[in-house]
Ligand binder design. Structure first.
Ligand SMILES: *[C@@H]1O[C@H](CO)[C@@H](O)[C@H](O)[C@H]1NC(C)=O
Ligand SMILES: *[C@@H]1O[C@H](CO)[C@@H](O)[C@H](O)[C@H]1NC(C)=O
Ligand SMILES: *[C@@H]1O[C@H](CO)[C@@H](O)[C@H](O)[C@H]1NC(C)=O
Ligand SMILES: *[C@@H]1O[C@H](CO)[C@@H](O)[C@H](O)[C@H]1NC(C)=O
Ligand SMILES: *[C@@H]1O[C@H](CO)[C@@H](O)[C@H](O)[C@H]1NC(C)=O
Length: 624
């Protein structure tokens, strides 16, 4: 058990003497308490001097001597929350997450305390496929819907694709049927009816995507999920609306009861004009009902006018004989704009964290792979084009593409994106000391404690802070809402990464070239080479790297091993490196929970348009 105390529910951290003394003190206090409250224990309960010594030397292995617990019921584990495990990772979502040691809250060595999941406000889009639609077109449209869902998910929303089924559940649907509108007018009202049935939230066109950094004021406002005034963004026509259920349905009612419908023949021309400029809802509602003064630059809307005026070659493909080609090309264009926008929000580039850089190259391989793909210029049908909401973007060219570097310390810089790979202390010890096997004696005689967290937080905390303080800062860097979108944390033991596309909101480039044979004519989309080694650190030779990989593989096996002696060895390392172990568990649980959240969501949505299944991706990607 880590030494973290709480008083009346608040953690308090004392500048404590070394751990051995804390523990000794704790044990003695315990015994005195027990003696006072319950009288002397029977001889069998009294710890021997040997046991005490062992406990002090090695806090974890033998359990604290079994004296009576004078506080009776205090040892309940915290309740297991639904969907809070994945593979070996398990967690507890709670406001107490900034406690340095999770086990002081969960009373469970393995369970990490994570911050409560942030609420994702719903964003809806309406989609109806044409009646006799070609399968290729459907597939291309589903791919666009998937891109829409993914981009909004990455920005912290809960995207849902609605259809006529939702609209029909709205009691106002019948009044609409009585009006017998032509299909274009009707469709716009049906969209609103579906939205009105779902309630408070955002209604977006499925070609309106978030195209700004995570902290863009417009996106931050929408993310708060409170929309007291029914509004739209004036520059985006009917691309985006937000409001509350009562206001939405009130607005629909107002439109359906408008006097324009009373004499359709007399108002024929006026009614025809309603379809223009954003559609019937906008044209019939006054500013009091539908506000439009919010200036917003965070959303890009690829409506027909925009595509025709800005992206001609894509527009041509779309208009010529209906057009899966064109839609695919539009999807690639949108993906490239999302990627470009992400790159521009981190002007200092991507940092790959590599504390203790000697002998740990194998630990960063995954991170380097991701960083190389992220800093690559995206593939685009119109090279150097900008998203519609940011006409002055900086195009990505291979001579000045996003930078990437290895850093030995975590840097608190919002213009820098950090990819960290957190090793289990067993893995790190094995690699750092270049030892294939680790035993108790080696740990106690030779190994330093908590090397990883000390090195990683050196720049932000100097070299004198305690391990506890460092863990808390680490957790903040990983998970606090302000900075979580600035970094990605992997665990070195996990071999494959799913879901990166949903974390970033776009497809990472997957160029078909492998590292060896680069294309003859290097284009801007060429994958950048791996970053330079940190200054003063020797690049490992081929055979050294092979040995590192070998050790990494063995460490992975050791940590998963069910063998008792292996587990004991891993336990000794964990007890020796409480802060490193905590950081590793936290990072592991953090990404596991993110995967579970996404998986649950995909399961719920799989029957609807734009699901991964319908867009022809995914399937079998969920194994842990
Ligand atoms: C999540 O929990 C619910 C209820 O506890 C369960 O029905 C569901 O299968 C779980 N889903 C996953 C993905 O574990
Ligand atoms: C509709 O308007 C036309 C022309 O103004 C008129 O002849 C007709 O009687 C009106 N119909 C109704 C139902 O009011
Ligand atoms: C689309 O059609 C126009 C004329 O109808 C033609 O000039 C143009 O080349 C076509 N574009 C493509 C990509 O096929
Ligand atoms: C980064 O710096 C800000 C203020 O500059 C501070 O509030 C925040 O706690 C720091 N984050 C970490 C992880 O050190
Ligand atoms: C990065 O790109 C390479 C080849 O271009 C690909 O093999 C690899 O899977 C990609 N990695 C990620 C994480 O997307």
């Amino acid at each position: 058990m880590p030494v973290q105390r709480t008083c009346c529910g608040h953690p308090f951290v004392l500048r404590m003497p070394p751990r051995r003394f804390q523990l000794l003190f704790g044990v003695i206090t315990f015994i005195i308490f027990s003696l006072v409250l319950f009288g002397p224990p029977s001889a069998a309960d009294i710890p021997t001097v040997e046991e005490l010594k062992e406990t002090i030397k090695n806090p974890k292995l033998p359990k604290v001597p079994s004296v009576h617990n004078p506080f009776g019921q205090g040892a309940h584990k915290s309740p297991i929350q639904p969907n809070s495990t994945s593979g070996d990772a398990t967690w507890f979502s709670d406001w107490t997450w900034k406690n340095p040691f999770s086990s002081s809250i969960t009373l469970d060595e393995n369970r990490a305390v994570l911050p409560p999941l942030t609420n994702r406000p719903p964003i809806y889009t309406y989609y109806e496929s044409g009646k006799k639609q070609d399968e290729e077109v459907s597939k291309a449209e589903h791919a666009l819907l998937l891109a829409w869902r993914r981009a909004w998910w990455a920005q912290g929303f809960k995207p849902q694709v609605l259809s006529r089924a939702e609209a029909q559940k709205n009691p106002l649907y019948e009044s609409l049927q009585r009006l017998r509108l032509d299909s274009k007018l009707e469709m716009e009202v049906v969209r609103w009816l579906a939205w009105g049935h779902m309630g408070t939230g955002v209604l977006a066109n499925w070609l309106a995507l978030p195209m700004a950094s995570h902290d863009n004021p417009m996106l931050a406002y929408l993310r708060r999920g409170e929309y007291p005034i029914l509004s739209r963004v004036d520059t985006l026509q009917n691309g985006i609306f937000f409001g509350e259920k009562a206001a939405i349905n009130g607005a629909i009612k107002k439109v359906l009861e408008d006097s324009i419908w009373t004499n359709v023949t007399a108002n024929k021309d006026k009614i025809e004009g309603l379809a223009k400029d954003g559609g019937v809802m906008i044209n019939l509602l006054d500013k009091e009902t539908l506000d439009e003064d919010r200036k917003a630059d965070g959303i890009a809307f690829y409506d027909t006018n925009t595509i025709v005026s800005k992206y001609k070659s894509v527009a041509e493909k779309i208009t010529n004989t209906t057009n899966p080609e064109g839609l695919k090309s539009l999807a690639t264009l949108i993906n490239s704009h999302l990627h470009l926008t992400w790159q521009e929000s981190f002007p200092s580039g991507v940092a790959i964290l590599k504390p203790l850089p000697e002998h740990t190259t194998a630990l960063t391989e995954e991170a380097v792979d991701i960083a190389r793909n992220l800093t690559q210029c995206p593939d685009s049908p119109i090279v150097a084009s900008c998203p519609p909401n940011r006409p002055k973007c900086k195009a990505c060219v291979s001579s000045s593409r996003m930078r990437m570097k290895l850093l030995p310390h975590f840097r608190n810089d919002t213009t820098l994106y950090t990819i960290g790979s957190v090793p289990h202390p067993y893995t790190l010890t094995s690699l750092h000391y270049t030892r294939d096997k680790i035993d108790k004696t080696f740990i106690r005689r030779k190994a330093e404690r908590d090397m990883w967290i000390f090195a990683a937080t050196q720049e932000i905390l100097g070299s004198t802070s305690s391990g506890q303080r460092r863990v808390v800062r680490f957790k903040e860097a990983v998970a606090s809402p302000r900075t979580a979108s600035h970094s990605l944390w992997l665990t070195a033991e996990r071999e494959s990464q799913v879901d990166l596309d949903w974390i970033f909101g776009f497809n990472l480039p997957q160029s078909s070239w492998n590292g060896q044979s680069e294309p003859p004519v290097p284009g801007p989309e060429r994958r950048p080479p791996p970053p330079e080694e940190i200054e003063g650190v020797k690049k490992p030779q081929e055979n050294e790297l092979r040995m590192e990989k070998n050790r990494l593989r063995k460490a992975r096996e050791a940590i998963k091993s069910k063998d008792r002696r292996m587990q004991e060895a891993v336990g000794v390392v964990e007890a020796w490196n409480l802060a490193d172990t905590e950081a590793w568990r936290f990072a592991r649980a953090w990404s596991a929970r993110r995967r579970v959240e996404r998986r649950k969501w995909e399961e719920e949505e799989q029957g609807f348009a734009g699901a991964e299944k319908k867009a022809g991706v995914g399937g079998g990607r969920w194994e842990d």
